[in-house]
Design a protein around this ligand. Structure first.
Ligand SMILES: *[C@@H]1O[C@H](CO)[C@@H](O)[C@H](O)[C@H]1NC(C)=O
Ligand SMILES: *[C@@H]1O[C@H](CO)[C@@H](O)[C@H](O)[C@H]1NC(C)=O
Ligand SMILES: *[C@@H]1O[C@H](CO)[C@@H](O)[C@H](O)[C@H]1NC(C)=O
Ligand SMILES: *[C@@H]1O[C@H](CO)[C@@H](O)[C@H](O)[C@H]1NC(C)=O
Length: 353
C-alpha cells in the first residue's frame, strides 16, 4: 500500500518535471536571442525584423524599388514611403498569413499590380495604398478585406465586380481621387453588405453616388460639385448617421421635398453650399453645420420645433428635439436677430452665428 502511494507520488513528480522542462523548452524557442539567430535566415536584408514582434516586417522609408520576398510568418507588413512601382505575385507566394499591408506613399500603378498578387492573400484585412498612382480601384481584391484605403490616387474607374465579393469590407476610402458620376455602374456597390464608412470627399462628382450599400452609416462627400439630392435618396441607406456635404453646390431647389428630415441622421454638415434657407431636419439631429451658405433668415420652427409641432409620444416621453450644435456663421443673416430666434438658440448648447 505504502509502496503504491509512493509510486503515485513519484509518478506525479516525474510528470511534473517533464512538464516543466517542456515548458522551458518552448519559452527558450521564444527567447529574443534565439529569434535573432533564426531570423537571420528569413529576414529580408533591406528590412527590420523586431525579435519581440516576429509577425511584423518593417521595410518603410528605405528608398526600396521592389517588394522583398515576404517570409511566411508575417502578419503585418510595413512598406510605406518607398519608390515601389509594382506588386508582383512572387514575393507574396509564401505570405499566406498577411493581415495588414501598408504601401502608402509609393509609386504603384495599376499596370504594376500582377493579377493574383493581392487576391492570393486570403487572410488580408487591411490594405493601405494611399498616395500612389492608381487610376482604377485594384481588382481582384481578397474577399477577406475589411478596410481599403485609396486616398490621394488618381482613381477614376471602378472595374465591374470589384466590390461584389467583399462582404466584410467596412471602410472604403476613396477621398481625393478623380471620380466622376459615370464611374458608377448599377451594381458597383452591390455585395458590400457590411460597408459602414464611405469616403468620396474631394472628387469630381456632380450627383450623389447611386445605390449605396444599405448599412452605410458614414457618408463623406465634401469637396465635390454636387448640386442636388434625388427624391427618396436616403431610403436605401436607412442607417446613415453622419453625412458630410461641405464644399458642394447644393441649392434649395436641389434638395428632396422633405429636405434632411431623416431620423437616422445625427450629424449633418452642409457648410460652403448655396442654400438660402435652413432645410428641413429631423428631431433626432444633433449637429448641424450650415455656415458659409446664403441664408438670410432662419425659420425658427425648423430648428426649434415647439413641442406641439412634434407627435404626442415625443412630448410625453420627453424626446424633444436633439439639436445641440448649430453653425450659421458666414451667411447673410442681418442683425438684429428676432426675439423668438434668440429664445430658440438658448435651447441649444452651442450656436456659432
Ligand atoms: C517560398 O518558400 C519556398 C519553400 O520554403 C522557397 O523555396 C521559396 O523561395 C519561397 N519564396 C519566396 C518568395 O520567399
Ligand atoms: C468575414 O468575417 C467573418 C467573421 O469574422 C468570417 O467568419 C468570414 O470568413 C469572413 N469572410 C471572408 C470572405 O473572409
Ligand atoms: C475641402 O476644401 C477646403 C478648401 O479648399 C479645405 O479647407 C478642406 O480641408 C477640404 N476638405 C476635404 C475633406 O477635402
Ligand atoms: C417655417 O417652417 C414651418 C415648418 O416647416 C412651415 O410650416 C412654415 O411655412 C415656415 N415658415 C416660413 C415663413 O417659411
Amino acid at each position: 500500500m505504502a509502496a503504491t502511494i509512493s509510486f503515485i507520488i513519484w509518478g506525479l513528480f516525474i510528470t511534473d518535471t517533464v512538464w516543466t522542462r517542456s515548458v522551458r523548452q518552448v519559452s527558450e524557442v521564444h527567447d529574443p536571442e534565439d529569434w535573432t539567430v533564426h531570423h537571420d535566415f528569413d529576414c529580408p536584408r533591406e528590412c527590420f525584423c523586431p525579435p519581440s514582434f516576429p509577425t511584423a516586417l518593417y521595410c518603410e522609408n528605405r528608398g526600396l524599388k521592389e517588394i522583398p520576398a515576404i517570409p511566411s510568418r508575417i502578419w503585418y507588413l510595413y512598406l510605406e514611403n518607398n519608390l515601389i512601382e509594382t506588386i508582383p505575385e512572387k514575393p507574396f507566394e509564401n505570405a499566406t498569413q498577411l493581415r495588414w499591408i501598408n504601401l502608402n506613399k509609393n509609386k504603384i500603378t495599376n499596370y504594376g499590380i500582377e493579377k493574383g498578387a493581392l487576391s492570393q492573400l486570403k487572410k488580408l484585412l487591411f490594405l493601405f495604398l494611399e498616395d500612389n498612382e492608381l487610376e482604377e480601384v485594384p481588382s481582384p481584391l481578397p474577399r477577406s478585406l475589411e478596410q481599403l484605403q485609396l486616398a490621394r490616387n488618381k482613381v477614376s474607374r471602378i472595374p465591374q465586380g470589384t466590390f461584389s465579393n467583399l462582404e466584410n469590407l467596412t471602410l472604403l476610402d476613396l477621398q481625393h481621387n478623380k471620380l466622376v458620376d459615370n464611374a458608377f455602374q448599377r451594381d458597383t456597390f452591390k455585395g458590400l453588405k457590411n460597408l459602414m464608412q464611405l469616403n468620396m470627399a474631394k472628387n469630381a462628382l456632380k450627383n450623389m453616388p447611386p445605390r449605396l450599400p444599405a448599412n452605410t452609416m458614414q457618408l463623406f462627400l465634401d469637396n465635390n460639385s454636387i448640386e442636388g439630392i434625388p427624391e427618396n435618396y436616403f431610403n436605401v441607406i436607412p442607417k446613415v448617421a453622419f453625412l458630410r456635404l461641405n464644399h458642394n453646390k447644393l441649392s434649395d431647389a436641389g434638395l428632396p421635398s422633405s429636405g434632411f428630415d431623416v431620423s437616422s441622421i445625427l450629424d449633418l454638415q452642409l457648410s460652403y453650399n448655396q442654400l438660402t434657407k435652413v432645410p428641413r431636419i429631423s428631431a433626432h439631429l444633433q449637429h448641424l453645420h450650415l455656415d458659409h451658405n446664403r441664408i438670410q433668415s432662419v425659420n425658427v420652427s425648423v430648428i426649434c420645433p415647439t413641442s406641439s409641432a412634434l407627435p404626442a409620444e415625443h412630448d410625453s416621453f420627453g424626446y424633444g428635439p436633439h439639436l445641440r450644435y448649430l453653425r450659421l456663421d458666414g451667411n447673410d443673416i442681418k442683425p438684429p436677430i428676432p426675439m423668438d430666434l434668440m429664445t430658440c438658440f438658448r435651447l441649444l448648447q452651442a450656436v456659432v452665428i
